[in-house]
Design a protein around this ligand. Sequence first.
Ligand SMILES: [Ca+2]
Ligand SMILES: [Ca+2]
Length: 310
Amino acid sequence: MKRRPRQAGVALLTALLITAVATVAAVAMAARQQLDIRRTGNVLDADQAYLFTLGVESWAKEILARDRRDGEVDHPKEDWATILPPIAVEGAVVAGRIEDLQGRFNLNDLVDAEGKASEDDIRRFRRLLAALDLDEGLADAVVDWIDADLDPRFPNGAEDPVYLGMTPPYRTANALMESPSELLLVNGITREVYAALAPYVTALPARTPLNVNTAPVPVLMALNEGISESDAAQLIDERGDKGYQTTEEFLAHPLLKERAQGITNISVSTSYFMIHANARFERSKMELHSLVTRGMDARVTVVRRFQGPA
Ligand SMILES: [Ca+2]
Ligand SMILES: [Ca+2]
């Protein structure tokens, strides 16, 4: 009996608690319901936006196929290189552009088919780093990241022991890069270094020749020792409206004659492109980047897709 007041007090507290929880729950449920309605809308909008980017992708694939049927040479004055400005379709705004990835240095060329370091390509990569005023020594750690073995290259290489000592610890990939953004995991590659390097490198699923018709100045400078910035600019200028028609024509350029010997693994046509598509639909925005490969038969196949900012 003596405990009754206390029990009453407890009951009251419990009742208040239940009321409070019920109120909070009710508010939460109402909020959730509104959120669900909104979220469903967003999901639908996002799905729509994604479908629109796929639409841009198939537009680009068709342009690339058509371009191959027109001829084997690829250069920046062709239709595929035209940027599709934002246009309104079916209630969405879409835009797209096609980028030749073989105008970039393919990081996966740093190793051969067996996963062994490829010294010619490593020299080219060191020259690219130098052309960008970056430390050439960074090449060692990048090669170690991709090459199959666990022996660090001298003097700036890095294999597991370096990465296992980091917080959080991780291991070298010892495999081809899936994306050049893996560079950010490599010892010595800071955000600044990556930002400087990113526009000139790519990570393709196979060894690829460099398309001299689409490569920018630093990448052309990397072709051989002694190609200056103004040499590279002149080589670009003299592509004209049709590009170099053959690698022989390019190598016969007076600026290259004496250096042509050391220049290997180049082409005037491209198999790997990146299709950049974006779409805005209602509240949703979608960006899609599709890595595609184009065969000599003009078939264009998607290798991988990335969503979000490039
Ligand atoms: Ca072409
Ligand atoms: Ca390695």
